[in-house]
Every structure is written in C-alpha cells, then in structure tokens.
Ligand binder design. Structure first.
Ligand SMILES: [Zn+2]
Length: 452
C-alpha cells in the first residue's frame, strides 16, 4: 500500500545539470533553482566542519553562523524554506556560504565529495504473504482471541437464587465487542452470536438486550480498560513464555496523538434531551502506540472539550502507562506536545523526546533539562530529526486503521456506552495487530494451537 506523506516536504532539493549545481529551497514544485558555485559549496563545507561554526540561536528557526574568517557571525533564518542571512553576500537567488553550511550540518545537503546514497524502497521486504494469511484467518481467530482475553478478567461472584442464571460476563463482553467491531445492526449481529453458540464459543444464547445492557453498564468500562492493557503484552498475556518476543516486536519508540470519534446519528434521544440545535458531543481518543508494532500501548478516552481533554494534559498518563510495561527509548509527538514539562517527563525515563517545536518555541531551558538539547537536535541535525520524527505519522495510520476497520462513528447513545463501544474497537484493533504479528513471525500454527 503506498503511504501518503501528509507532512509538507520542505527539504531542499539539489539538482545537478550540465556540470552545474542547483538548489531548490522552497516548498513549491516550481521553487526557483538557485545556482551554487562550486567554490562556495567547498567553502561552506569547510565552515560546516569547523567546530561550533553553526549554532542554534533564540528559537527553532534562527541560527548564528560564524563568519569564514572567524571574526564575527551572521544571523540566518529559515522560515519554512524561506531563507535569509544578514551577510553582505546573501541575495534571494544566491544562497550564501552560511545557509549552505547550515544545510550541510543538518544533513540535508550532501558534502561536495560525498557519493549520493540510494534510498531504500519503502515497503520493500514486507511480508505480504503473511499479511494475507493473517487477514484470511481474522474472522475465525479474532472472536476466539477476544474470548480468551475476557476470560482472564476478574469474574463476578456466582449468583445463586431463583430465576435464570445471568449471561456469563465473558459471553456478554464478547457479544458487545463483536457488535462494536462488526458495524452490523443488533439483529444482523444475532446471526454471528448464534454461529458462535453453535461452534461452542458462547455458552448460551445472548439476546440483543444483553448486548446493549453490557455497553450501557458503567461497570463494563474498567473491564474493557483492563482488557486493553492485557492486549499490550499480547504474547505474554496469553502465553507467558513469549515475553522476549513481545519486546522485540514492540521496540522502544512510541508516538502519541489524538483523534475524534463522532456519534452516528442525531436521533430522537439527542434531539429530545438537548434540543435540535445542541452540538453532538463526540469523543476524543488519545493514543500512544509502538511505532514498530503499531500496537496501542496506552489509551485515554475523553470528551472533546473541557478540562483534561487537551492533548498535552493526557501526555503524562499515557507515557506512564506505556513505561510500566515497555522500556521507552524515543517518544515522538507533534507541536501540541512540545512543552518543557513533557520533555522533562521523557528525559526522566532516560528517553529521547522528539516533539516538533512550534514557531514560537524559545531555546531557553527554564529549568527543564533536555529542552535546549531537543531544539538543538531539531535545528542542527534536521535530517536525523526528520528521520525519527517521521515515525510520528504511524500513530495517524493507527488512528485511521481503527476507523477503517471498525468504523469511525459510534452508534451507542450515552457517553458511557459510546466510551465502551470505542474501547471495544481499540481492543479489537490490538487483537488484529497481534494476529498479524503472529503471522509475520510465522508462529501462527503452534501459537494459535496452544491458545484454542
Ligand atoms: Zn550569509
């Protein structure tokens, strides 16, 4: 599947034509080609290799570059590909030595004598056969995995007394999850439940009202949250021998983002309760994911507005929940998370924070260790920063995978039942990832055999 890169490409492009070098700095495809004189390119390379010749200054977009002769320095600004330098040599159509030195330092321009490296093709080496096999197995495997998962949750004490015994908790949760994940209406979903009853997975007939009661129940939420946590350690939770495999699959880089899920209908209920003009409350889903496995390692569901719903306010709980289970090496997030507090939290774990600085970001530490380091890494080693930062887009692909596979609208009526519905989608998503990875490891035969 070709992946679309949403981030605008502001990288400079170097072109060689008929023995001369041209540089395009702008974001537009028709940005003017600036001529680089070979002598100037060489001088810039000398300058860039000198210690301390390029320094970040003031904010994430301004640099101080030592002059070639060592006396004095010049201020260079890079405003999204629009470059200026206050040296006498600079002109809009002629990048000066100082601008070239910054591009060389950032790794965005090759050194004059360096060979250009061929880029590895993205997606090459992906095991499509295993992916296909996993997808074919999914409808059979997913309900069974979910059932095993819910079996591991604390069960309610048995109820004695007259009347029919209630539907077992595991049966009820599985039915709710299937309804949330399959996007069929309650009645059509009855066929699925009847099939699973015939196959012996469900222990008794589960009616529609049981599904809606389970979703509306406040007590369901902590159970689903617990289930989601169990799916983070997919191999270990179900098979204790497999912990090292989990760590190898999950890696140490985590990305954070949030996305919205809207209710599907403006039905009677909302109309009666809030009047025709009331905005439909939607839910915001905050996720931290492993960029290697694309597994959700922590999730919080909040309202879309109000206290405690801002992206940055959810950073600490998501990070802490991830760090309980996984060694954290790198944390990636967009400008919404770029605060000194968040940087300090990541550094306290001994990990590297990578938040894209906002235009207004100032270099000063203000007591937050690591802030200036992060800005310096962004300004001086842009190519490396971008290479790592690029992984942030994976959290967006997880968001869209959840929506694509399990639907982006929530059909339940109350906030509780919508939250439970969304949790069911997240649990289903993590189980899907698990099934895929078992196939990528070519371990499906023995592993799935052991579970069922
Ligand atoms: Zn200059």
């Amino acid at each position: 599947m070709p992946r679309k890169s949403r981030a605008k490409d502001v990288r400079p492009r170097l072109e060689r034509a008929a023995g001369s070098l041209h540089l395009r700095l702008g974001t537009e495809p028709d940005a003017p080609a600036l001529t680089i004189e070979p002598g100037r390119y060489k001088r810039a390379a000398d300058l860039a290799q000198r210690n301390g010749s390029v320094m970040s200054f003031r904010d994430a977009w301004t640099y101080k570059v030592r002059s070639q002769r060592g006396a004095g320095s010049y201020i260079v600004e890079d405003k999204a590909g629009l470059w200026t330098c206050d040296c006498p040599d600079w002109a809009a159509l002629r990048p000066c030595v100082h601008i070239l030195a910054i591009l060389l330092q950032r790794g965005e321009l090759p050194y004059p004598d360096a060979e250009e490296e061929p880029k590895p093709l993205e997606g090459a080496g992906f095991d499509w056969a295993a992916y296909r096999k996993a997808e074919l197995a999914m409808p059979q495997v997913l309900p069974r995995l979910a059932f095993r998962l819910f079996e591991m949750l604390p069960q309610p004490p048995p109820r004695y007394g007259p009347g029919r015994p209630p539907v077992p908790q595991t049966d009820a949760l599985l039915s709710a999850l299937l309804w949330a994940a399959n996007q069929k209406n309650m009645r059509r979903e009855q066929d699925t439940r009847d099939r699973l009853l015939a196959e012996g997975l469900l222990s008794r007939h589960v009616a529609c009202n049981v599904v809606s009661r389970t979703l509306t129940d406040e007590a369901t939420m902590p159970l689903l949250e617990m289930a989601l946590k169990l799916t983070r350690e997919p191999f270990a939770a179900i098979d204790p021998d497999a912990s090292p495999v989990t760590l190898a699959v999950v890696g140490d880089t985590f990305a954070i983002d949030s996305t919205g899920f809207t209710p599907s209908r403006r039905g009677h209920y909302n109309h009666e309760k809030h009047g025709p003009e009331a905005p439909i409350p939607w839910l915001k889903c905050h996720l931290m994911i492993s960029t290697k496995a694309r597994l959700i390692t922590a999730a919080r569901i909040t309202a879309n507005t109000g206290r405690g719903t801002g992206d940055s306010s959810q950073f600490r709980p998501l990070l802490e929940e991830t760090a309980v289970k996984f060694p954290v090496g790198v944390v990636v997030g967009d400008g919404a998370y770029a605060s000194r507090t968040n940087v300090a939290l990541v550094r306290d774990l001994g990990a590297q924070p990578l938040f894209r600085p906002r235009d207004t970001s100032i270099t000063k530490q203000h007591g937050a260790g690591g802030w200036a380091d992060m800005i310096a890494f962004f300004t001086i080693h842009r190519a490396q920063f971008d290479a790592l930062y690029h992984r942030r887009s994976l959290v967006e692909s997880v968001n869209s995978a959840v929506k694509r596979r399990f639907g982006e609208t929530l059909r339940s009526r109350t906030v509780t039942s919508r939250t439970n519905e969304l949790l069911c989608k997240l649990v289903s998503y993590n189980l899907t990832v698990l099934v895929q990875h078992v196939h990528y490891l070519h371990a499906e035969e023995e592993w799935l055999d052991r579970i069922f």
